[in-house]
Ligand binder design. Structure first.
Ligand code: PHE
Length: 330
């Protein structure tokens, strides 16, 4: 009988509704059951085939069924809607706890790092930084440093010449001459820069870096030189390393010395820097009164210093642009 049909339709509709897992499917179910030509409205049309005394009851039952089904429909629609919202929220969720995407900031080249530390130390002693040209003329690189054309030590420099007069500086000592020519004592300067020599093996590259230091004042002697350089090296290596101060020869200093450092692994002495009291001949030449003033100069190989600090055995790695090597200094 029709009432059973209506009840069955309610059961079927509710089942279909609760099984719809998206809004489109749910809407199709709604049209199938509650639409104008849906199953329930078809039952209303069927009312005319039922005996008239049953019609009100059947009509009421159909209306109640429609309401019932509609209620379930709305419930399911709400469930699906909130599921959809939740899914989009999950999809678009911003996880504020994730680490940010850091842009890769580079690092200073180890040579630059060493230069910075050297600057810091010598600035604190009142030295100021000046720079000289990498393309020098033979006057500043040699003659003014008491290395005339016939002097044998010119040959030791393995110079890159451009022409008769111009060259790539073989050391930063030319900056001493420039400083003494430009300034009156007292003078305290340091200078950093690239220098060039025709040399290439694990301890030599055709371009390398030096730091030059010059101090001219009254009553300056060798003990000031030794003290300042020892303090610098102890500070740089962060401990009392084994050092050797030994006599040497440079045409522009008298007396001259070199400082060697003991390489821990091998026990070998490695030459680290050259230094000495500025030769009176040079002071005269730049017009400094040697009765009143004296001073010292030194030149340090920056690669050598950096190699000792980090235990690097091949100098060429500094100039290979190998990121794996360079990133270790972050
Ligand atoms: N210019 C010298 C060199 O390159 C080092 C040095 C500098 C020595 C200053 C004495 C004084 O070997």
């Amino acid at each position: 009988m029709s009432l059973d049909v209506v009840n069955n339709l309610v059961i079927l509709a509710k089942l279909a509704i609760t099984q719809s897992n998206n809004i489109d499917a749910l809407e199709k179910v709604r049209i199938k059951f509650l639409g104008k030509k849906g199953y329930l409205n078809q039952q209303i049309k069927n009312i005319y085939h039922t005996p008239s005394e049953l019609r009100p009851k059947l009509g009421a039952a159909i209306n109640k069924a429609k309401k019932d089904i509609y209620k379930t429909f709305i419930e399911q629609k709400n469930i699906l809607n909130s599921k959809r919202i939740k899914n989009t929220l999950i999809r678009d969720m911003l996880d504020v706890t994730l680490p940010g995407r850091l842009s890769d900031i580079g690092t200073h080249h180890p040579i630059t790092g060493t230069i910075k530390r050297m600057k810091l130390f010598f600035k604190s002693l009142g030295f100021s930084v000046i720079y000289g040209p990498e393309i020098e003329d033979d006057y500043f690189n040699f003659d003014a440093l008491n290395i005339p054309a016939y002097h044998p030590s010119r040959d030791e420099h393995d110079t890159f010449w451009f022409d008769e007069k111009r060259l790539l500086r073989t050391h930063t000592s030319g900056v001493q001459i420039r400083a003494m020519t430009d300034k009156n004592p007292p003078i305290r300067i340091i200078s950093f820069g690239r220098v060039y020599r025709k040399d290439y093996d694990h301890n030599h590259t055709p371009m390398f870096h030096q730091m030059e230091g010059l101090m001219i004042d009254s009553n300056i002697d060798l003990s000031h030189l030794k003290k300042i350089l020892y303090d610098f090296l102890y500070n740089f290596f962060g401990k009392k390393i084994d050092l050797r101060f030994r006599p040497s020869y440079f045409p522009f200093t008298e007396p001259s010395a070199e400082i060697d450092v003991m390489e821990q692994k091998t026990g070998n002495w490695l030459e680290l820097l050259g230094c000495g009291m500025v030769h009176p001949k040079i002071l005269h030449h730049v017009g400094i009164n040697t009765e009143k003033f004296s001073g010292f100069a030194f030149g340090i190989g920056i690669e050598r210093l950096t190699m000792l600090l980090y235990n690097i055995s091949d100098m060429r790695v500094f100039f290979k642009n190998d990121l794996q090597f360079l990133e270790q200094f972050k």
